[in-house]
Design a protein around this ligand. Structure first.
Ligand code: COA
Length: 179
């Protein structure tokens, strides 16, 4: 079954809030407290207004299973930080890697220079994913939030061009809808 990256829409507001607040997702996010509907409403409206901070729902067939997008975009550097999660607990194995490879391919195609990432040092699965995708481990910020250490990862367009052929099958399995 094909996958899709579909730009988020206002009608996805409630679903994304529920997914983002699920315990198995928020425990890995930099903001771990429950997001209120008011904060979320402002967030999604801001995202929809910012062309350079694309956010997508990731669907397996017609079923939403994940979210991936850019935050803190810096125009001068053409650099943004990504955030992502697979919220469906029964998503197919490989779904995360597929979502991320297709997303990276799309943002570098859109002209991004660099994607950065903040990952809790104990999020082993996420570190493995970043490594596999070709990110470079940049630094560790000690006690970044709630006294927890965070690893900073970075990937530039050139590094991705060298890496992308390892992910072609996955990239081709994802239909990316235009913003
Ligand atoms: C991180 C995340 C997106 C990975 O998604 P996923 O769909 O599990 O990813 P994949 O199936 O592509 O697998 C990624 C790695 O985990 C391994 N993995 C996946 N499912 C597994 C399972 N059930 N048991 C053991 N390992 C598993 C895969 O083998 C793969 O590693 P490998 O390539 O070395 O084999 C997902 O776990 C998630 O959303 N976590 C919570 C939010 C989060 O951490 N977001 C990132 C914040 S920085």
């Amino acid at each position: 079954m094909m996958y899709r990256l579909q730009p988020i829409r206002l009608e996805d507001e409630a679903m994304i809030l529920a997914a983002r607040n699920a315990e198995h997702v928020r425990m890995f996010m930099m903001t771990q407290s429950i997001i209120t509907p008011e904060v979320h409403a402002a967030w999604i409206r801001a995202k929809l207004a910012r062309e350079r901070e694309p956010y997508y729902l990731f669907l397996h067939g017609d079923r939403p299973i994940g979210v991936v997008g850019i935050t803190h975009y810096a125009e001068a550097l053409r650099s943004g930080e990504w955030g992502f999660y697979i919220f469906a607990t029964d998503a197919p194995k490989g779904a995360g890697t597929t979502m991320l490879a297709a997303f990276l391919d799309e943002v570098f195609r859109q002209g991004f220079g660099r994607v950065t990432s903040l990952v809790f040092t104990d999020n082993v699965k996420s570190h493995r994913l970043h490594e596999k995708l070709g990110f470079t481990r940049d630094s560790v910020i000690v006690g970044f939030v709630q006294n927890k250490d965070v690893t900073v990862w970075a990937l530039n367009g050139l590094q991705w061009q060298r890496q992308r052929e390892n992910f072609l099958e996955m990239i081709n399995a994802v239909q990316v809808e235009s913003l």
